[in-house]
Design a protein around this ligand. Structure first.
Ligand SMILES: Cc1cc2nc3c(=O)[nH]c(=O)nc-3n(C[C@H](O)[C@H](O)[C@H](O)COP(=O)(O)OP(=O)(O)OC[C@H]3O[C@@H](n4cnc5c(N)ncnc54)[C@H](O)[C@@H]3O)c2cc1C
Length: 301
């Protein structure tokens, strides 16, 4: 069987840990009930081999970083791929004006580098729970800016095993999305700019972390902002003003702290959450005629 050959194939490969039919609930910050197959990949070569085999077997796959913006279905035919490339934090130096990082490095680690080295501009990533790959895919950002402004180039693995370098330009990103990744392509790393020191950076980071602590339900199971902001407006504010804060289904509720967050308060799954999201959309449309779109990534059918 195809799956058997995949697991046998990769059991002897040191750079890939392959799991079949396991509980994947812990893979996303929303902690929806989910199970399926997972490959944890530790090297570029391992990733190349895995993708070649998957293409050969006609098996679909999906990348997962911190799972902070993904809602996982109960079961999926896709193989989840999680990158776990090595990075030596000690090797970082401000001597150059740019540094290559693997896609699996966490934004938290980059913020700790920003704190140590007072890197001007990097404060805009403060508090975003993400891998670098996921943050670039989403063009993650805060009130301080978007990650797109820090990226010089992105290293990408194509489905055919070739590597291409995307040089970032003015049209490479839009609000919460990249415009350059094609289907099946994987971000394996990126070169970030760090042009200047600024003594104020550590204070800005500390203040912003404090602001997040007070304005987001950080202790709950959630996936960050669920809906995209309409132009020049805040969807959280709109949902709040419509009196929908606190609205709930069995296992989910609109956060009392931030109305664009849905908290997972029980033991729910994507099916229930999908219907809850659709209900919120319908209420906003009904009350003010505004069609809202999801920022969080999921497919449900
Ligand atoms: C408490 C909380 C607060 C948040 N605050 C913010 C915020 O302030 N600003 C903000 O922008 N977002 C925020 N988010 C959302 C989330 O942190 C971002 O969207 C982040 O970019 C997701 O990164 P990730 O590594 O978790 O990616 P995932 O959620 O795992 O994946 C997101 C998408 O990227 C794709 N992907 C991931 N890695 C790769 C790769 N290497 N190659 C190709 N595709 C890839 C996935 O397939 C998926 O489509 C928040 C989330 C939470 C839970």
């Amino acid at each position: 069987m195809k799956n058997e050959s995949l697991i046998q194939h990769f059991n002897t490969n040191d750079s890939i840990e392959y799991f079949e039919g396991i509980d994947l609930t812990h893979l996303s910050t929303m902690r929806l009930k989910a199970s399926g197959d997972l490959a944890i990949v530790k090297t570029k070569q391992g990733l190349r081999e895995l993708v070649a085999k998957l293409v050969d077997e006609n098996r679909s796959y999906r990348l997962i970083g911190w799972g902070a913006n993904q809602l996982l279905p109960r079961t999926s035919k896709d193989l989840y791929i999680k990158l776990d490339f090595e990075y030596e934090e000690e090797s970082f130096t401000m001597d150059n004006s740019k540094t290559y990082f693997p896609a699996s490095i966490s934004i938290q680690k980059l913020i700790s580098l920003a704190l140590k080295n007072n890197i001007k501009g990097w404060e805009l990533m403060t508090g975003i729970p993400a891998s670098l790959g996921g943050a670039i895919f989403m063009n993650a950002g805060t009130k301080l800016g978007e990650i797109s402004s820090l990226v010089e180039s992105v290293e990408i693995l194509k489905e055919n095993g070739e590597i291409r370098i995307e040089t970032i330009g003015v049209n490479s990103f839009s609000y919460r999305k990249n415009n350059f990744l094609k289907n099946g392509e994987i971000i394996i790393g990126a070169t970030l700019k760090h042009v200047e020191h600024c003594e104020k950076v550590s204070n800005i980071i500390k203040e912003y972390l404090e602001y997040r602590k007070n304005s987001q339900p950080l202790r709950s199971k959630n996936c960050g902002c669920v809906f995209k902001n309409p132009e020049n407006n805040s969807i959280g504010k709109i949902i709040d003003e419509l009196g929908l804060k606190g609205m709930s289904s069995k296992n989910f509720k609109i956060s009392e702290v931030h109305a664009n967050f849905i908290e997972h308060i029980g033991n729910g799954d994507l099916e229930e959450l999908h219907f809850f999201i659709e209900e919120i959309k319908a209420q906003v449309l009904d009350k003010i005629g505004l069609m809202i779109e999801c920022e969080v990534q999921y497919s449900y059918n």
